[in-house]
Structures are given as structure tokens and as C-alpha cells.
Design a protein around this ligand. Structure first.
Ligand code: SAH
Length: 366
């Protein structure tokens, strides 16, 4: 039981999604084959189809006998049922709404750029962090996703790219950002399982580059430090949104537990361990966090560190009294950071018309 007043950020799943091949590492897959009465090498064959060829249709796996293909099906339950697929930006942004085994819904967004294809995935159904400007935060946390539920979002996007249905001539999804629904570091075990499936070479996983994977967090300090010690050059994004504790306590409520100074210390520790530049996410909210003095305080706290600031014009959620900053205030904010030699960019927000932009993923009923 948590101590009185303690914030609980990890809720045990009520019931678990069915076990899937993708939940298991190589040894686990071999053991699972044995449990099904199949030779261990079947694990390797199935994994090559699943991760190497992105082929999820066992009827085409002709190197495996039809009876064994049927038996293996027990480890391949469908985890994501498509509810809706919405497209905008000339087809280069696609939002998927999925239904999970227990009726929970999550979303992912596939985005094509000139030099890469990125998929934004969910790590939880809902989110327990309660940030008042974020659509996902409003409904609260339903449950953690399993490793396979996370990885299957990436695979669904990859299969779409592979099938040629997605515009552009890129052949693979190269980047994954954990910026969909949920707080990834509050679902740490499943997150690390998913990351291993993404980066481990075929047949263990997809063989993606860890450098192309971004984990975004509200600042769960102990987990940020743990992530730094995983030995993977993942990109870490920290959703700061305010440079002072007084305002951050209201915008990112977990700040009452992990203060700005501790979050930034953990970020610098991460940068030192991994050599990777920290991304600071800062949603610019008109007259709330966009004042010149806050830009100066932010610059002072970040200057001299391995860091990049991503300013996101706030995407207002339905019923919110907040809106994006005035263009002049945004420009002034950028200038203060630039003058302090803190690298800064304003994020291009994709998928606005399909409610697929930052902070809008709410998995509304059809
Ligand atoms: N829980 C993680 C990841 C999910 S949110 C985190 O908070 O980092 C991904 C990013 O979108 C975060 O930086 C989040 O603060 C931002 N975001 C949420 N709602 C938003 C909104 N309405 N407008 C702009 N950005 C928003």
C-alpha cells in the first residue's frame, strides 16, 4: 500500500492481454515453442517472418508445416483491432485508433517526412499524470500496455509502409517516439521489452537504431536514471513546460514529487551517460508560461548543457481555457533562448485536423 499522500503512478493491470510471441525474448520464444510441443527452431523461423519480413500471415510461411503453423497461432493472438484510420497532410500523416482485447482504446500516428518515417506510439491506455492541458490526461489511466501491444503499433505502421499504401519512397519506419498516450516510464518493464524488440537484430527484433527512438517523460526521476544505465543511446525528451516549480506544479502535477532541479539533474546525468542531447519539450501557452522572464529563467537553467528545446504551440483540447501563444510572444521566447546559445526549434505540429497532434490523443468513441 502506498503511504498516505504518496502519488501512485503505476497501476497494476486488471487482467493481462494474451501472451504474444512479441512479448518474449529469444529464449522465451524457444521455451514457448517447447510448451506447444514444437521444436525450438520454429521460434527462429516464426521470428524471421514476423520481424524480418513483417509478414503476419502464417498461411504464407511455407517453410513451416501447415499443422505447425496452426499450433504456432496460439502465440499470435490478434492484439490490435483497427477501429478507425484517419489521414491528412496529403496522406503523409495517418492516425490509427485501435481497440485492445479488453475494449480499451489507444492511438498511434504515422508521419512521413522527406528524410524519415516516424511513428508516435502509446505506452498506456490513458495516462495517470493528469497534466491539465493534455487530452489523454483528462480521462485518467486505464492500464499499462504489454510489450507486444506497444510493438504491434510499430509493426502495423511498418506493414503499411511496406505494402506501399503510404506515400513517399522510404521503405521502413526509421523512428519511434513514445509520445502517444501514456507515461512510458510509468510502464518501465513493458517499455524496455518493447525497446529491445525494436532494436535487437532480426530475428530477435526489428533491428532499428536506438538513436532513432525517443522516450518522452514528465520527469520520473528514478526511472530516468535507470534508463541512463540501460546502455542504449536512446533519445530522452523531458516535458518541462515551465522553468519554475510554482507553475510546473500546476501544469505537470508530478512536479510536486520530482522538482524541476531534480528532473534537470537526472536529465544531465542521462546526457553524460549516453552522450545524447536532451530534448526539452515546452508547450507554449498564451499568458501562462510564455513570459519573457520565464524564457530567461529557462535559458539560465539550461545554458551550457547538452540540450535542445522543442517549443510546441499548444494544441487546445476541447473545453480548455488555454490557447497557443501569440506569434510575437513565441518569437520573443525563441530569441531569448537563442541569445543564451540554447538551441531551440518550434515544432511543426502534424495531424491537427485529425486530432492527431501533440496532446490530442484521446481515443474518442466512434
Ligand atoms: N507522458 C509523456 C509522453 C506523452 S505526451 C510526456 O508527458 O512526455 C508527448 C508530448 O506532448 C509531451 O511533451 C506533452 O507534454 C505534449 N502535450 C500534451 N498535450 C499537449 C497539448 N495540448 N499541446 C501541445 N503539446 C502537448
Amino acid at each position: 500500500m502506498p503511504a498516505p499522500g504518496e502519488l501512485v503512478f503505476e497501476v497494476p493491470a486488471r487482467g493481462n492481454p494474451p501472451l504474444h510471441l512479441v512479448d518474449l525474448d529469444v529464449d522465451g520464444r524457444r521455451a514457448a515453442m517447447a510448451d506447444l510441443g514444437l521444436p525450438a527452431f520454429r521460434a527462429d523461423q516464426v521470428s524471421r517472418h514476423w520481424f524480418g519480413r513483417l509478414d503476419d500471415d502464417p498461411s504464407t510461411w511455407t517453410d513451416i508445416s501447415p499443422t505447425d503453423r496452426e499450433t504456432v497461432g496460439a502465440l499470435l493472438p490478434p492484439l490490435l483491432t483497427p477501429v478507425r484510420k484517419l489521414t491528412c497532410d496529403d496522406g503523409s500523416t495517418v492516425k490509427f485508433l485501435w481497440r485492445l482485447y479488453d475494449g480499451s482504446r489507444v492511438e498511434s500516428v504515422l508521419m512521413g517526412y522527406r528524410d524519415r518515417i516516424t511513428i508516435c506510439v502509446s505506452s498506456q491506455a490513458g495516462c495517470g499524470m493528469k497534466c491539465p492541458f493534455c487530452a489523454t490526461g483528462q480521462a485518467g489511466l486505464t492500464r499499462n500496455l504489454s510489450t507486444a501491444e506497444i510493438v504491434e503499433q510499430v509493426l502495423a505502421g511498418s506493414r503499411m509502409v511496406r505494402s506501399g499504401e503510404f506515400p513517399g519512397d522510404r521503405e521502413r519506419v526509421s523512428n519511434v517516439v513514445f509520445m502517444g498516450m501514456g507515461e512510458p516510464l510509468a510502464n518501465y518493464r513493458a517499455l524496455m521489452g518493447a525497446i529491445h524488440r525494436l532494436v535487437d537484430p532480426v530475428p530477435a527484433g526489428l533491428g532499428m537504431s536506438a538513436r532513432g527512438i525517443t522516450v518522452s517523460t514528465v520527469g520520473l526521476v528514478p526511472r530516468m536514471r535507470e534508463l541512463a544505465d540501460e546502455g542504449l543511446p536512446l533519445r530522452l525528451a523531458v516535458s518541462l513546460h515551465a522553468p519554475d516549480d510554482e507553475l510546473r506544479d500546476t501544469l505537470v502535477p508530478i512536479n510536486t514529487r520530482y522538482r524541476v532541479a531534480e528532473v534537470l539533474d537526472a536529465a544531465w546525468f542521462y546526457a553524460e551517460r549516453t552522450g545524447r542531447r536532451i530534448s526539452i519539450e515546452y508547450a507554449l501557452i498564451k499568458d501562462v508560461n510564455d513570459q519573457r522572464w520565464r524564457a530567461e529563467l529557462l535559458a539560465n537553467r539550461l545554458r551550457g548543457h547538452l540540450v535542445h528545446v522543442n517549443l510546441i504551440p499548444l494544441n487546445p483540447t476541447p473545453g480548455s481555457q488555454w490557447t497557443a501563444s501569440r506569434p510575437d510572444d513565441e518569437r520573443a521566447f525563441v530569441r531569448v533562448l537563442e541569445e543564451a546559445h540554447v538551441p531551440v526549434t518550434v515544432r511543426d505540429t502534424r495531424g491537427r485536423e485529425i486530432d492527431g497532434a501533440c496532446g490530442q490523443l484521446a481515443a474518442a468513441a466512434p
